[in-house]
Design a binder for this molecule. Sequence first.
Ligand SMILES: Cc1ncc(COP(=O)(O)O)c(C=O)c1O
Length: 389
Amino acid sequence: MTVDIRVPFLDLAPPHLEIRSELLDAMTRVLDSNRFVLGQQVEIFESAWAKYCDVTHAVGIGNGLDALHLILRAIGVGPGDEVIVPANTFIATWLAVTMCGATPVSVEPNPETFNIDPGLIRDAVTSRTKAIIAVHLYGQPADLDELIAVSTELGLSLVEDAAQAHGALYKGKRIGGHGVAAAWSFYPGKNLGALGDGGAVTTNDPELAEKVRLLRNYGSPAKYEHTVQGVNSRLDELQAAVLLEKLKVLDEWNGRRASIAEAYTTALEPLVRKGEGSSGGRLLSLPAVPSWAKPVWHLYVIRVAQRDDFISYLLSQGIETSIHYPIPPASQDAYKELAHGLKSGFSVRTAGELVSLPIGPHLNQDQARLVVSACEVFFEGEDLGPRER
Ligand SMILES: Cc1ncc(COP(=O)(O)O)c(C=O)c1O
């Protein structure tokens, strides 16, 4: 059966169409400048991004994984060290640690917020622990004051993985400057996305910023001089020029995400844990937003019993969904030696229940209503046969 997709999970074409001429002008500027790597556009973007994040320094990097990796290298994480990481995150958070030769130590999330539980960190710390990476997962700021308190008490560096949370506020202050440094991804589907790969590090520490600048460019302070073994991971001029245009609409596009999230939460709240519909499906939880958080809704993740049936039903109604993430890092083959004994935590138990509803600047309120109606039918257990709505 083929269905017309009425609510795509992600579609970059409509938002890009809104600013198409600005994007083309930006790309033309780079072409005409005849400078493609580490030029003026990157410098201007770095200043603009630092200002937006309310920090003193931003350094453009080739992607979010390298941004995390270079922060860890800059703070001296290396072989033999351990780094606390969330059990439920995209694998890049763990890969950045193993790229340094260090060991990721998994800590489970708070079951309501899905962000790392600061209360569980002390038990995971050993004499080899160097740092904590807090991910602002799904665009929801992590519990930063608690994380700062734990990391200060234990003498650890707090690193923010902000790859999913461009513009999120913690107690009214932008994320990106709360720990020693923050890593950003500008992968196209992110809230601030380039037209290819891109990333950045933000920090208030000038020395750390300088180290990352050196590391991203072959460890080279001057042409053909190399003081450390760096990498090649620079945000390029084309992506920086594009990001400058997209930064102008970031708040507006985040606002659209927020109004879709509000529509979902308002309509779905009464359905949570209300008993099973005839489908056998149950809505187990909606995203929880603590009073101190202003999220940016990179994803709207719910937990559902009978997930596969739910996903199929929504698809039959022309609604795409996704799963973030079906297999936690500890259960991935890539970490099968490391993750011994980590297979029973909250993150593993709930991985089979997570569903991401469509959200993004490509959607309108009519499409949000289609999603809500389909959820109501599924969870309230009305006849699930094909229907026109
Ligand atoms: C939480 C998290 N960390 C890190 C990354 C890595 O970013 P990139 O894909 O730009 O390397 C991502 C991107 O998908 C992410 O979602």
